[in-house]
Write a protein that binds this ligand. Structure first.
Ligand code: FES
Length: 136
């Protein structure tokens, strides 16, 4: 029997978190390969529908990463995201999606190691849960 490898969607803002992921890759840091990256201009661009569609299409977990507070390229985008996340978590809970399947963090362009660590920890946490399967 093959090992369960959860499918993860990582939604990364272009200016900080994507650059952090890029740094992790170019520095040859090890992190799980089951992560698919969706690059968005800013974490403020993350429509909750992106997350719902990801779960609907079979992803086992979604992680959203943006610039640290005060560092957003668009000044306030990550503040909007920070306000939106509790509502999104509430929505997911009402849909029966366990909160462990969604994660939101700040990762800067210089935090490649932090990106690798977060993805590794998130993958390990998802492995404790059964596969998501497709939501109807
Ligand atoms: Fe990164 Fe806005 S540009 S969170």
């Amino acid at each position: 029997m093959s090992e369960y490898n959860p499918k993860i969607l990582a939604v990364l803002c272009n200016w900080c978190s994507y650059a952090g992921a890029d740094l992790a890759g170019s520095s040859r840091m090890h992190y799980p390969t089951n992560v698919r990256i969706l690059r968005v201009p800013c974490s403020g661009r993350v429509d909750p529908m992106f997350v719902l569609k990801a779960f609907k299409s079979g992803f086992d977990g979604v992680i959203v990463l943006g610039c640290h507070p005060g560092d957003c390229h668009y000044a306030k985008g990550n503040y909007y995201t920070r306000r939106r996340i509790p509502l999104l978590k509430n929505l997911l809970a009402n849909l029966g999606v366990p909160e462990e399947r969604f994660h939101f963090e700040w990762v800067s362009a210089s935090e490649g190691a932090r990106f690798a660590e977060l993805v590794t920890e998130f993958t390990a946490a998802l492995k404790e849960l059964p596969p998501m399967g497709k939501m109807i």
